[in-house]
Design a binder for this molecule. Structure first.
Ligand SMILES: *[C@@H]1O[C@H](CO)[C@@H](O)[C@H](O)[C@H]1NC(C)=O
Length: 142
């Protein structure tokens, strides 16, 4: 309880400016219910002091749904994609051997190593064979 109280006091003293413009509302209401825009992907949010200092907005959403992430569930998690903000985010599933990175573009296409092709980089191009660790191997005499 002491930890919680000192946190609230610390937050409160740092928020004096903000609160003075909302003097008619009880300060603790703001601390317990930080202003949150979670893009409709979360119902939980906490006040994050570091984020408040950095951006002027302290509400950080928790447990973003549909594979979203970010303070406002505003983007896809790493290695996920979607073509528009209304969509849920889907895993890229880039082939671990054939792809340069596990992050795909917004259509789900992965970035392939030399000699590899396919949306998920799981196929060797002509002149290459045997997709494995390090990608496809160049065929002899090519
Ligand atoms: C990557 O290559 C290794 C070695 O050839 C293989 O055992 C593994 O199954 C490959 N992984 C995928 C996802 O193809």
């Amino acid at each position: 309880m002491n930890l919680v109280l000192s946190f609230l006091v610390a937050v409160h003293s740092s928020l004096d400016l903000f609160l003075s413009s909302c003097a008619s509302s009880p300060p603790h209401l703001y601390l317990l219910l930080p202003e949150c825009d979670c893009s409709g992907r979360s119902d939980e949010c906490v006040f994050d002091m570091d984020q408040y200092r950095g951006t002027g907005s302290g509400g950080r959403c928790l447990n973003c749904r549909d594979n979203t992430d970010g303070p406002h569930c505003e983007r896809c998690k790493e290695d996920h994609y979607r073509s528009s903000p209304e969509d849920v985010c889907l895993p890229c599933n880039c082939n671990i051997n054939g792809s340069v990175t596990q992050q795909c573009d917004q259509t789900g296409s992965c970035v392939c190593k030399e000699g590899v092709t396919g949306e998920k980089c799981d196929t060797c191009t002509p002149g290459f064979h045997s997709l494995g660790l390090g990608g496809c191997r160049r065929s002899e005499g090519q």
